[in-house]
Design a protein. Structure first.
Length: 269
């Protein structure tokens, strides 16, 4: 499916340069992670170190499940992804551990190392907060973050239209929030079908944050489980909300309002 791209406006006079961490910066951050986030988790840290070093060596494209499995889980060629899920399980654990570290002890670290969902190649970024602080010090007014509302997933196939309505109501309400910018419906509803990584969604929507979740109904109770993530797959906030009602439009509006009301403003910086 061809996806339209939302291009953010460029300030030709700003002269802003986007900086990337150097390999030395990344390796120093690896040591910091080993000392503060992976104590007692040598095997998981070995996973992280392997994919980081391979990426720094220019081999990120070769980081497939089979390659990692052969390298880390026995060193023999009989690792079979069809019957062995070790790499997938460890990758999920690694993403959660990195997200927990950067939400806690590493919240002020300058270099952010993440493993975006949908693959095993790591991503290296400089914390944007440092740029925000510099901009504030210079008296520059910062724009609100761009929020991409990924179409919510209906756990029951018969609730797909209802989930689409909730997504539409969230976008409608977010457009009227002075503290947010929101990616257009025409961009976001292209993601109703198919599977995409959060990084791909954010790239097409030129967004900083992605809001996504699941919806199910049991009798008169509608339940939504919602997450706010960075574009690199780090969970910044999550919640579970129950709405009781019968009229779909009313429940959709109330659900969208409840989500935006609970959305923590400090996570939107």
């Amino acid at each position: 499916m061809r996806l339209a791209e939302f291009v953010a406006p460029v300030d030709a006079g700003s002269g802003e340069t986007i900086h990337r961490p150097t390999p030395e910066d990344v390796r120093a951050q690896l040591e910091r992670l080993r000392a503060h986030a992976f104590i007692g988790s040598e095997k998981l840290y070995g996973f992280l170190r392997f994919v980081v070093e391979e990426s720094l060596a220019g081999r990120a494209a070769t980081l497939k499940e089979l390659v990692i499995g052969i390298e880390l889980y026995g060193g023999v060629v009989d690792y079979d992804p069809r019957i062995d899920s070790a790499v997938r399980v460890e990758a999920r654990r690694l993403r959660r551990k990195l997200a927990a570290y950067y939400a806690g002890p590493g919240r002020d670290d300058e270099v952010i190392v993440s493993i975006p969902t949908g693959g095993y190649a790591p991503s290296f970024r400089l914390r944007q907060d440092a740029r925000c602080i510099a901009a504030n010090a210079a008296g520059v007014e910062l724009e609100p973050p761009m929020l991409a509302v990924l179409p919510f997933t209906a756990i029951c196939i018969y609730q797909k239209a209802f989930a689409a309505g909730v997504t539409d109501e969230i976008i409608y309400a977010a457009e009227r929030d002075a503290h947010l910018r929101v990616a257009p419906r025409a961009i976001m509803f292209q993601f109703r079908e198919g599977r995409y990584s959060l990084d791909e969604v954010a790239a097409h929507a030129a967004s900083d944050l992605v809001l996504h979740g699941t919806i199910r109904r049991v009798q008169a109770v509608y339940r939504v489980c919602v997450e706010l993530s960075s574009r690199w797959g780090q969970i910044l906030w999550s919640d579970r909300i129950d709405i009781v009602g019968e009229g779909d439009l009313d429940v959709q509006e109330r659900m969208a309002e409840a989500i935006l009301e609970r959305l923590p403003r400090d996570a939107l910086r």
